[in-house]
Design a protein around this ligand. Structure first.
Ligand SMILES: [Zn+2]
Length: 187
């Protein structure tokens, strides 16, 4: 079932509200996951301490939600959202959870993680294998552009006797504080 970000986010916030109303401690680590399946059902998961081989470890909300889904015989995830129960921001699932979900069925490669700006396919997240990161994470793109720019400047600085007109133009633009125009070159 395709849901809008607003709809699946509202379902996650609703789950947090129910937890809080039920007297559950909302710690900074606590996360809530909502899964909508292709069959049109919705499942919830909440992170919680769980003993694994006698060691108490934090069961991630995504795993809890997938187990709930599987207990009803459902397999194919359409969309998934993970939020911090405390500040209610959408997060990317950690690499371990992404890999676990992908291992549960080939169809889940097309499952999408709901983020405020777009729906991100799990397969795409697996390629970048991000950890639990807050929603404002496209910093990677920005720094990649920055590196590109730095490399370009370095190559210009090294090639002093290379008086390529294009390079001089670029240097001239760099000295002006017109960042928008400059980034437009790379965007
Ligand atoms: Zn996880």
């Amino acid at each position: 079932m395709q849901m809008t970000f607003e709809a699946i986010y509202a379902a996650a916030v609703d789950t947090v509200n129910k937890l809080a109303a039920g007297g559950e401690m909302i710690t900074p680590e606590k996360t809530v996951c909502v899964i909508s399946t292709r069959s049109g059902r919705i499942y919830y998961g909440v992170s919680r301490p769980e003993p694994v081989n006698g060691v108490i470890t934090e069961l991630h909300a995504e795993i809890d939600a997938v187990r709930n889904m599987q207990s009803y015989g459902d397999t194919a995830i359409a969309e998934l959202i993970l939020i911090s129960a405390m500040n209610r921001t959408a997060m990317l699932p950690c690499a371990a959870c992404v890999n676990f979900i992908l291992s549960q069925g080939a169809e889940n490669a097309q499952a999408c993680v709901a983020m405020p700006d777009r729906m991100i396919p799990l397969a795409e997240i697996a390629r970048f294998s991000g950890g639990n990161q807050p929603a404002a994470a496209p910093m990677r793109n920005i720094s990649a552009k920055g590196d590109l720019l730095k490399d370009r400047i370095n190559s210009i600085m090294e090639g002093v006797d290379d008086d390529d007109e294009e390079d001089e133009e670029l240097l001239e633009q760099l000295s002006k504080p017109k960042k928008k125009k400059l980034f437009g070159l790379f965007g």
